[in-house]
Design a binder for this molecule. Structure first.
Ligand SMILES: Nc1nc2c(ncn2[C@@H]2O[C@H](COP(=O)(O)OP(=O)(O)OP(=O)(O)O)[C@@H](O)[C@H]2O)c(=O)[nH]1
Ligand SMILES: [Mg+2]
Length: 355
């Protein structure tokens, strides 16, 4: 899974990237954008997996996320950005929004106003898609006349509908694409169709006033808050000293962005985790919410999917509470499920298959 951090200049993108990946890329007040981007692959922290790995005495293999720090994009420049491919490649976009005060870092629009910047960026994503569609429609109009191919006609009609949707001011993630339509336009990698997390980088004062802006995932979009600079400072301290300082900042209940962020991203992208256990490794797998056991088996290996017989399933807590499969079976907690079974978050799944 790829998550791309992007946003207007000097919002704390690289600072966030460092917090999420434990890298030490340069965070800087005054330098102009360097034209570089950063990339790191990190483990998805999951205490449940750790407990299972301890039980089996095998190494935990965490699911992975690839983070990209796409660098600064000036107002109105998304459509021309040299980094646009980093946005197109993403499974989810993280728009980092300035919410902290600092007189030395001038905001190009003057006042600090997260809602204004969030709306401006959403407009830019829509405009970029609009231009992509417009260009393709011009080409299609010519081709459809020449070739009269059914697929081209279908694409033309769908793109016209999407264009009208954008003209009505709506992002493409809200357009109810059928599976077939989705396949038809997948190649365009529309930006306003991607799940979007607006993350406001606040400070200890603004944190409270922006609390009301946080909004849970709906229509593939959500808003969350974090306090970049404070968190970076906290992480410099010994773990036992952190709560004291957190309390001082009035952020006693604050959760570190890394865990919180990944949880939010999974919710936003509608993802869950399931586990496989065994004598070699204890492993977490990422799966789309609502996916069947059959789909899940394909994540592991195409051979397992091809030879799928049944899935043995048990929630991770039940497994540990029963101290292993034998007792779980006696108690009827280890279930045998078929291909269509919808895998739930946190389940241990063992696939039986023909080789
Ligand atoms: N006061 C305050 N300063 C912050 C915060 N987050 C980042 N900064 C400062 O903002 C400056 C820019 O931080 P970066 O992480 O380099 O920002 P960026 O968005 O990557 O910058 P560009 O890539 O140049 O657009 C640094 O001086 C940071 O210390 C914050 O939450 N509060
Ligand atoms: Mg940066």
């Amino acid at each position: 899974m790829i998550l791309t951090i992007f946003g207007y200049p000097k919002t704390g993108k690289t600072l966030l990237f460092n917090l999420l990946t434990e890298k030490k890329e340069k965070v800087d007040k005054f330098s102009a954008p360097s034209g570089e981007f950063h990339k790191a692959i990190v483990d998805v922290p999951d205490p449940r997996l750790k407990k299972l790995a301890d039980y089996f005495e095998t190494p935990p293999v965490y699911a992975k996320i690839e983070f990209l720090d796409a660098g600064a994009i000036s107002l109105g420049e998304v459509k021309n950005s040299t980094f646009i491919d980093l946005l197109r490649r993403a499974d989810g976009l993280v728009h980092l929004v300035r919410g902290f005060g600092d007189e030395e870092i001038v905001h190009p629009q003057g006042a600090i106003d997260p809602l204004r910047d969030m709306a401006a960026m959403e407009d830019e994503l829509k405009t970029t898609d609009f231009l992509t569609i417009d260009k393709r429609l011009e080409r299609l109009a010519v081709d459809v006349r020449k070739m009269k191919a059914k697929e081209l006609q279908e694409e033309l009609e769908l793109l016209q509908k999407l264009k009208a949707f954008l003209e009505a001011g709506k992002p493409l993630r809200e357009y109810p694409l059928t599976e077939k339509e989705g396949a038809l336009v997948r190649g365009f990698k529309f930006l306003s169709a991607k799940p979007l997390l607006n993350l406001i980088n606040a400070d200890e004062t603004s944190m409270k006033s922006y609390a009301g802006l946080a909004a849970p995932a709906a229509h593939g979009k959500c808003t969350a808050l974090f306090a970049g600079k404070i968190e970076a400072e906290l992480l410099e301290l010994a773990p036992e000293e952190r709560p004291v300082f957190q309390a001082e900042y009035g952020l006693a209940d604050y959760l570190y962005i890394r865990d919180e962020f990944i949880k939010t991203s999974y919710a936003l992208l509608d993802l869950i985790s399931f586990f496989t256990v065994g004598k070699d490794e204890t492993k977490a797998w990422t799966l789309e919410k609502g996916a069947s056991a059959f789909i899940a088996s394909g994540k592991i290996h195409s051979d397992i999917q091809k030879g799928f017989i049944r899935a043995e399933v048990i929630p991770w807590q039940d497994f540990l509470a029963c101290d292993g499969f034998a007792r779980a079976k006696e108690k009827g907690l280890l279930r045998l499920e078929g291909k269509e079974y919808v895998v739930q978050d946190g389940e241990i799944v063992h696939f039986r298959f023909n080789t």
